[in-house]
Write a protein that binds this ligand. Structure first.
Ligand SMILES: Nc1ncnc2c1ncn2[C@@H]1O[C@H](COP(=O)(O)OP(=O)(O)O)[C@@H](O)[C@H]1O
Ligand SMILES: [Mg+2]
Length: 242
């Protein structure tokens, strides 16, 4: 049985899709079989981040509605064949039925070491759909106090659903944290209430890679993703918390 993780947040735009993609890519480059399923119906972005817009013909809604087989809609990453992607529907009308997603994830489980469910922001329908399929969750928050507070709301809901939770703090700019009123990382961890898996820096290199479907160049962000991947694999990697 592989890992089946919901990547979620309260607040939007905190980096869920970016974190899903580069965590998945890092694990895939380590030899793991990884699938990312994007749940953000109507607001697809994974095809751009992964650089597969041209190859993406079918989507998750086509699979859950039985219009095509999973193999017809899943696209391999041009960066690593171990990483496979199933994008969200373009149309907001294309609702994903929770039991159909759970059925799909169960069927695909044996082919993958990791399946990441890249959730839409918030605690609405897409979040609930993701919760029915996931076994664990990565909560993404930034040091922004609103993002941390919203992450705490999500964390409580995941706990009620019996889903184990870990936290990734994204877009950390050490200088901004030092100047305040941006929360320091201990405050974010306390507010969200989940165990810290990793910290990602604010990074222009990451942003530029993510908008053009490219691999991350060596540097701070790539190292941070490598550490997250190693921790997911059970390695003891010290946490660098500023
Ligand atoms: N650590 C980071 N440093 C710089 N830009 C980032 C970082 N993480 C995410 N971004 C950028 O923030 C934007 C939103 O990220 P995205 O992953 O789409 O968020 P979400 O999926 O939570 O809506 C994108 O333009 C992405 O490139
Ligand atoms: Mg997203």
């Amino acid at each position: 049985m592989g890992e089946l993780m919901l990547v979620t947040s309260g607040k939007g735009g905190v980096g869920k899709s970016t974190v899903s993609f580069y965590t998945g890519l890092t694990l895939a480059l380590r030899g793991r079989k990884v699938l990312i399923i994007e749940l953000d119906t109507g607001l697809r972005s994974l095809d751009v981040i992964a650089g597969i817009s041209e190859q993406t013909v079918y989507h998750l809604g086509d699979v859950t509605a039985g219009r095509v087989k999973p193999s017809e809609a899943i696209v391999s990453s041009p960066l690593c064949k171990n990483l496979q992607l199933l994008c969200a529907p373009f149309s907001p009308e294309d609702r994903i039925e929770p039991h159909r997603l759970a059925w799909l994830c169960q069927g695909l489980d044996r082919f993958y070491d990791y399946t990441f469910l890249d959730a839409p922001a918030g605690i609405g329908y897409g979040f609930k759909v993701g919760c029915t399929a996931a076994r664990s969750a990565l909560i993404v928050a930034t040091p922004d106090p609103i993002s941390a507070r919203d992450g705490g709301v999500v964390c409580d809901l995941l706990a009620e659903a019996g889903i184990t939770r870990r936290l990734i703090i994204n877009r950390v700019d050490a200088k901004a944290v030092a100047r305040g009123p941006i929360s320091d990382l201990d405050e974010v961890i306390d507010t969200v209430g989940a165990r810290l898996l990793g910290v990602l820096p604010e990074s222009t290199a990451l942003h530029l890679a993510a908008v053009s479907g490219r691999a991350l160049p060596e540097g701070e962000a790539a190292t941070a993703f490598a550490n997250i991947a190693r921790r997911l694999e059970g390695e003891q990697v010290p946490l660098a918390v500023q």
